[in-house]
Write a new protein. Structure first.
Length: 215
């Protein structure tokens, strides 16, 4: 402290200013009493703010923000990273379609090329969808009267036969999905896909920029 006073005199400070600055410096250097408080001992005026962990810098900024608002807040993290919060649910969603013909673990798959096979006569149909698979299959079987799968009822006296649904390919986007659908139809030659559809899909394999090919 003596060296601090000498330095102030050397810089031209008078004795009154030196006394004030010295007292302020002593207060700063005074040791603080140890704190025995813990999270459990904090009063009702303390709040826990639960956010995903982004970075230490973000935690520091949030803490300072609450300090300026004179609010005692403890930052807590229910998940370690923001990526964990945004990660899709690993548990399968519940299928709400009655008498669904799609296996449960495939119901909510999107952007897929699928095979629909009649278990009685072994007729096959190949299609694709960008929506949840079980919704499109339900339309084929019960709602879409223009669908080849729906019209297949006529071969079974108007009754819906048991169907087996499998996934043949996964598409990155709509165009990629259409190419894979066309390739599987031309290669496998399913009997329920009409000839006009096959010829149209064959042209897709030799053209590009077809972005309006899915319904």
């Amino acid at each position: 402290m003596k060296r601090f006073e000498n330095r102030l005199r050397h810089n031209g400070y008078n004795n009154e200013d030196i006394a004030k600055l010295t007292n302020n410096q002593r207060r700063k250097m005074r040791p603080k009493p140890p704190s025995n408080s813990s999270h459990k001992d904090l009063g009702e005026s303390t709040f826990f703010f639960s956010v995903p962990f982004v970075s230490d810098r973000m935690d520091y900024s949030l803490t300072n923000l609450f300090k300026k608002m004179v609010i005692r807040v403890i930052i807590s993290h229910r998940c370690r990273t923001l990526g964990q919060l945004l990660r899709p649910n690993i548990f399968p969603q519940k299928c709400e379609v009655r008498n669904c013909s799609v296996p449960r673990h495939l119901c909510h798959r999107r952007n897929v090329v699928c095979l629909v096979k009649c278990l009685q006569c072994h007729s096959r149909y190949i299609g694709c969808t960008t929506r949840p698979l079980h919704l499109r299959i339900h339309e084929h079987l019960h709602l879409d009267k223009k669908s080849a799968v729906y019209q297949h009822r006529n071969q079974h006296r108007g009754e819906l036969p048991a169907m087996e649904v499998t996934i043949l390919a996964q598409g990155r986007d709509r165009v990629d999905l259409a190419f894979k659908e066309a390739l599987r139809i031309i290669t496998d030659e399913p009997d329920l896909n009409n000839r006009t559809e096959i010829e149209h899909l064959f042209l897709i394999l030799w053209s590009s920029g077809q972005d309006n090919i899915l319904t």
